[in-house]
Design a protein around this ligand. Structure first.
Ligand code: AMP
Ligand code: TRP
Length: 333
């Protein structure tokens, strides 16, 4: 059976882009693969973080996963720091087969280190070695496939490089993973600026539908979404970016084809169409929000799920770490 691994950082609540671009795939892959999903909290501390909210965000992200349909009985769901011993030790071993130059070349490192430079903040060693920890996450679980966004392309490539180098030097221990990218249609754009991706870090919240937004807020945001001055609802990514984004969102939310939607709404006017899009999004999110409220009312239950997940994850990853140490020739304890 194909093994799948992916993770997200607990940096705040999720939005519709995270759901349609990532979570929907995660949920679907449970049907055909052996899946492991991780809240990668050890990755969330490399640029400074607020200790007062890290734990809540970690638990909250795990709840969003489950509310979206990640099923603890058919997947392994765990928090990275709960296996910090295994992941951190593996990272140390991998760091000895990783070049500093390789890490300095990573686009995400360059971008993030530029962002902190000049703000009297430090470019931390953690920011540089971030991809080595990510390599450990993936390789410790024998992942064949890693569903991620395009921006993670280089991180999966370096995981293959590091794993390949380890295998070459010390013997075949690790499976080399490949990245699985969502289809183009799964890129949800900002409602206020349909040329930019919907993003957690956008200055304004108006262009972003958060998974926990109430129906009223969703309606307001969709109604004020930027559109062109035309009148017909048509699919044209270049000239009608706003309408096209709404068509894609509605198509993803309802399972109806874009052609089908265009046929129904072509002459309906933007107002009517936006009302229908908002309703479709509200209906998509309603069951998830209900499930989320139940989970939030009983955090102990989520803690138990994560404790089970950590135990299952350890059964897979601890033997991989042991095999790596054995291959490298360490004296058994
Ligand atoms: P991030 O919040 O950027 O760490 O992303 C977490 C996951 O959600 C990754 O798999 C991203 O590719 C995906 N994602 C984030 N924003 C969008 C978006 N606007 N459209 C589609 N997928 C997205
Ligand atoms: N770096 C990834 C991101 O920012 C998160 C991540 C950490 C990850 N470890 C992973 C993703 C392992 C996939 C597999 O989105």
């Amino acid at each position: 059976m194909t093994r799948v691994f992916s993770g997200m950082q607990p940096t705040g609540g999720l939005h519709l882009g995270n759901h349609l671009g990532a979570l929907v795939n995660w949920v679907r892959m449970q049907d055909t693969a052996d899946v492991t999903y991780c809240v990668v909290d050890l990755h969330a501390i490399t640029m400074g973080h607020d200790p007062a909210i890290l734990a809540d965000r970690t638990l909250g992200l795990a709840m969003e996963f489950v509310a979206a349909g990640v099923d603890p009985d058919r997947s392994t769901l765990f928090v990275q720091s709960h296996l910090g011993d295994v992941h951190a030790e593996m990272t140390w071993l991998f760091s000895s087969v990783t070049g500093v130059g390789e890490l300095q070349k990573m686009p995400q490192y360059r971008e993030k280190s530029e962002r902190v430079t000049g703000k009297h903040a430090q470019v931390t060693a953690g920011l540089l070695t971030y991809p080595v920890l990510q390599t450990s996450d993936i390789l410790l679980y024998d992942a064949d496939e890693v569903p991620v966004g395009e921006d993670q392309r280089h991180h999966i490539e370096i995981a293959r490089d590091i794993g390949g180098r380890f295998n070459h030097r010390y013997g075949d221990v690790f499976v080399l993973p490949r990245a699985i990218f969502p289809e183009a249609a799964a890129r949800v754009m900002d409602l206020q600026d349909p040329t930019a991706k919907m993003s957690a870090s956008a200055d304004s919240d108006k262009g972003r539908i958060n998974l926990q937004d109430d129906p009223d807020r969703i309606l307001k945001k969709v109604r004020s979404a930027q559109t062109d001055s035309g009148r017909d609802v048509a699919y044209d990514r270049a000239d009608k970016a706003g309408i096209s984004n709404l068509l894609e969102v509605m198509s993803a939310a309802t399972g109806r084809s874009i052609d089908d939607l265009v046929e129904e709404y072509a002459d309906a006017g933007y107002g009517t169409f936006k009302g229908a899009v908002a309703e479709a999004v509200v209906e998509l999110l309603r069951p998830m929000q209900e499930r989320h409220a139940e989970l939030a009312a009983d955090p102990g239950e989520m803690q138990r799920i994560l404790a089970d997940g950590a135990a299952k994850a350890r059964e897979v990853s601890a033997p991989r770490l042991a095999a790596a140490k054995d291959a490298m020739g360490f004296l058994p304890a």
